[in-house]
Design a protein. Structure first.
Lengths: 114, 114
């Protein structure tokens, strides 16, 4: 079945650094990918929709300059958390799917900012 | 606005007992619905989906769900729970009219006692 690979699975870094998370669709082309954030014991909140070859669409309240999204190819979207601070610590999950077909989720990236 | 409600934050059932997890939605378009399961620190795995047609859908691991339009519900059921079913379950709703973005419920944590 379709697989979405997310890397890295765990990141610990100092406050002020930037962190890049990759999301790859391994066996299908994804014109659209989605980035979610999940706080402990909470549900997934959509951050942005990543569109191949165009700008991402951010949800209300999400800082686009803080969370940079690049979808340069049909199989890769990246999320860069710029100048990360402890409050950015969270579990970030990407998903990919075609049209109204079920989205396939990556295994998530746990980001810890010290 | 679109919303998904999972009224039960935690549910505990005995192994071998039946299970029903509730999901209600409020949506301004014709929805399609999913149930996903998440183990701690992991991504999401699709259990089943409903797009149209037969309102009783079968999924993996012996799960099923019934779409009831009149009640705006999509409850997940399993006749006999196994200890390995302990996890968090998310109901999600999407629509083509809303760009196929998924709205997730808050999740229900299932505990299985032996």
């Amino acid at each position: 079945g379709a697989v979405v690979s997310q890397h890295p699975s765990w990141v610990i870094c100092k406050s002020g650094t930037s962190v890049k998370i990759e999301c790859r669709s391994l066996d299908f082309q994804a014109t659209t990918m989605f980035w979610y954030r999940q706080f402990p014991k909470q549900s997934l909140m959509l951050m942005a929709t990543s569109n191949e070859g165009s700008k991402a669409t951010y949800e209300q309240g999400v800082e686009k300059d803080k969370f940079l999204i690049n979808h340069a190819s049909l199989t890769l979207s990246t999320l860069t958390v710029t100048s990360a601070h402890p409050e950015d610590s969270s579990f970030y999950i990407c998903s990919a799917g075609e049209g109204n077909q079920p989205q396939h989720f990556g295994d998530g990236t746990r980001l810890s900012i010290l | 606005a679109q919303s998904v409600t999972q009224p039960d934050i935690h549910i505990t059932v005995s192994e071998g007992a039946s299970l029903e997890l509730r999901c209600n939605y409020s949506y301004g378009a014709t929805p399609y619905l999913f149930w996903y399961v998440q183990s701690p620190g992991q991504g999401l795995q699709l259990l089943l989906k409903y797009f149209s047609g037969d309102t009783l859908v079968q999924g993996i691991k012996g799960f099923e769900a019934e779409f009831k339009r009149s009640q705006s519900s999509f409850n997940l059921r399993k006749p006999s729970v196994h200890w390995s079913d302990a996890a968090e379950y998310f109901c999600a709703v999407g629509a083509v009219e809303y760009g196929n973005k998924l709205v997730f419920g808050a999740g229900t944590i299932l505990r299985v006692k032996s």
